[in-house]
Design a protein around this ligand. Structure first.
Ligand code: ADP
Ligand code: MG
Length: 267
């Protein structure tokens, strides 16, 4: 069985593009772009809580990093560096190789260097710490919404929850809807370009990890405002995907998590 060091060298060490010293020493060295602010965030995925133990490892590797990039996108920042702390129950090399390929596919798609981490034996969990950059004072906060602002949401929220409902036998989706919903669940696409484009336009932003209303609620609370949501004006993709169960569709749309769309407010 390979040692921890062999596993790290084999699967979690790849060339970096914008890092002075990457994984392999006691610490990594990075040089932020001149004048930029750093945005730092961390997010953890635990087996049984955030994913099922039999989840496809390649998709899980993608999602581990994608949910962290989503937080950076929701700040209107550009992701740059990440650290990965992994607890693994066994050294199943085929599994780790697939996980790493999904992780690095996401890293290269969004311009992130993996610069280090920690690897230990234990109940499966993955924790990423991510660093992004934003121009001074330009980050999108939850606290900037003002009375009279409009509320916007990207994409088609609710698809990830609907895909999960299908997997759990609570509905039966047709192709190609099923494919779209499972892609939203397993391979979420962080809204990085949108977050960057919203600098100077949005008054507040958040990514939808817990559900549209719950996450909008965080903006309202931090901004000290209330809101009226016109549910009939939200994207209706989920309702069309699930015509036989409008109650489930509505629940997925308003309360389904895991989509990583952006909710933002703007004058
Ligand atoms: P230390 O004992 O000093 O904490 P480690 O043995 O934990 O060092 O890590 C050795 C090197 O491998 C470090 O540079 C660390 O950042 C890197 N590393 C460990 N685990 C991972 C991982 N899962 N992904 C990327 N780099 C890792
Ligand atoms: Mg260590």
């Amino acid at each position: 069985m390979p040692s921890e060091f062999e596993l790290i060298a084999r699967y979690f060490t790849r060339p970096t593009t914008h890092t002075l010293l990457g994984a392999g020493d006691d610490g990594a060295i990075v040089q932020p772009s001149p004048g930029m602010e750093l945005v730092v965030s961390t997010d953890m995925l635990v087996a049984g809580t955030h994913f099922l133990a039999d989840t496809d490892p390649e998709a899980l590797g993608w999602k581990t990093l994608a949910v962290n990039i989503s937080d950076i996108a929701a700040m209107g920042a550009r992701p740059r560096w990440a650290l990965l702390a992994a607890a693994l129950p066994t050294a199943d090399e085929a599994w780790i190789a697939a996980y790493a390929s999904g992780f690095f596919a996401c890293a290269s798609a969004f311009g992130v260097d993996l610069i280090g981490g920690d690897t230990t034996r234990g109940p499966m969990s993955f924790c990423v710490t991510i660093f992004g950059e934003v121009s001074p004072g330009r980050a999108l906060l939850r606290s900037g919404a003002a009375p009279g602002d409009e509320i916007w949401v990207s994409g088609a929220p609710g698809r990830a929850a609907l895909g999960l409902a299908h997997l759990q036998g609570r509905c039966a989706l047709d192709e190609p809807t099923l494919g779209e919903c499972l892609a939203a669940l397993h391979r979420p696409q962080p809204r990085l370009a949108l977050g960057l484009a919203l600098q100077g336009l949005a008054s507040a932003a958040i990514d939808v990890s817990d559900g549209l209303l719950a996450d909008l609620g965080h903006i309202l609370e931090r901004s000290g405002v209330a809101a009226t949501v016109h549910a009939d004006r939200l994207p209706d993709a989920v309702a069309r995907a699930c015509p036989n169960d409008p109650g489930l569709a509505r629940h997925c749309l308003l309360a389904g998590g895991d989509d990583y769309e952006l909710v933002f407010t703007a004058p």
